[in-house]
Design a binder for this molecule. Structure first.
Ligand SMILES: [Zn+2]
Ligand SMILES: [Zn+2]
Length: 316
């Protein structure tokens, strides 16, 4: 309760001094009602980054897989994380999701259709919001498994996803290292699933943040596996195999973001007890060590070239 009040206070402050003045300035008063919730999601995002740092940094310091004399390549990943968790996630996943969800439900009411919720489909869930929350998480992660797997199958899509794989200094900051177009596809993907299964608007960004917290941990530069639990939950070692130099590209393994059971079910799991170097040998250097803008431009060029270029000339 105390923590809730603390978050609300910071959100109130952020709303009053940062968001409302902007809304008034541009005449966007119709968003006024939502601005506090938006601020709250922003605060949750900041808290998620702090929590991720507090948990993962000591772990990386304790048992690192690799030692890097120069951590310049990690700095750009920190930027990706802040933009994605504190900026883009609240704006896109809350405002837009809220709007689409409300209008979709309104349209269904208009045609006198009462949409089944997860609780009406599985009556046992009724009155158990905690369990329902985890069922939502499982469904979203299942969808994410297939999104990720497709991004390795389709050449043009992998041209975008290569940015995520190009990092040779993989750390807990690397989870959000994605091309902007790739992020747009992911959000759209989650949106459709989220609206289709009727996730309540405020739960949606929370779910995303929770899943992303586990995904951050799985990118950490740490010697850690979860033993038998690894058959269910993705560990740093499990996801590292997905990022291994030898696996980068179309025939990878371990595509799951949070629940490794999808890899077990669809026969793409690799539980080898090794910690391999990461990166994508075929990715241009700019994608691995360039700045944010350089990486985005390089990724966009590769995407366009692969989409419209002659297949055998394409880099991926
Ligand atoms: Zn991948
Ligand atoms: Zn990854």
């Amino acid at each position: 309760m105390g923590l809730d009040r603390f978050f609300s206070q910071i959100a109130g402050w952020l709303d009053q001094y940062a968001i409302l003045p902007v809304l008034y300035h541009f005449g966007w008063m119709r968003w006024e009602e939502l601005s506090f919730d938006w601020a709250l999601v922003c605060v949750y995002g900041m808290f998620a980054v702090i929590l991720t740092y507090a948990v993962c940094w000591p772990l990386e310091a304790w048992r690192p897989v690799e030692h890097w004399p120069d951590k310049k390549a990690v700095a750009v990943d920190v930027f990706y994380t802040i933009v994605s968790r504190v900026g883009v996630i609240p704006i896109v996943s809350f405002l837009l999701f809220y709007q689409v969800q409300t209008e979709f439900t309104g349209a269904l009411v208009y045609v006198s259709f009462i949409r089944p919720t997860l609780e009406t489909l599985i009556p046992g869930l009724f009155g158990h919001p905690f369990v329902t929350f985890w069922v939502y998480a499982l469904i979203l992660d299942f969808a994410d498994y297939w999104r990720h797997r497709f991004s390795h199958i389709f050449r043009a899509w992998y041209a975008l996803h290569a940015l995520h794989h190009a990092q040779r200094q993989m750390s807990f900051w690397s989870d959000d290292r994605n091309h902007f177009f790739d992020d747009c596809i992911s959000f759209l993907w989650f949106f459709v699933i989220g609206v289709a299964i009727g996730i309540p608007p405020l739960q949606f960004p929370l779910l995303i943040l929770l899943l992303r917290f586990i995904e951050s941990l799985s990118h950490a530069n740490i010697r850690l596996n979860f033993g038998p639990l690894e058959w269910f939950l993705v560990s740093p070692r499990f996801h590292r195999l997905h990022h291994a130099l030898r696996a980068a590209g179309r025939n990878s393994c371990n595509y799951a973001g949070v629940f490794s059971l999808w890899d077990v079910i669809f026969r793409t799991a690799d539980f080898s007890p090794v910690y391999l170097p990461t990166g994508d040998a075929r990715a241009p250097e700019a994608l691995a060590t360039g700045g944010y803008v350089q990486q985005q431009i390089c990724g966009a060029k590769m995407f366009i070239k692969t989409l419209f270029g002659v297949k055998k000339k394409a880099a991926f």
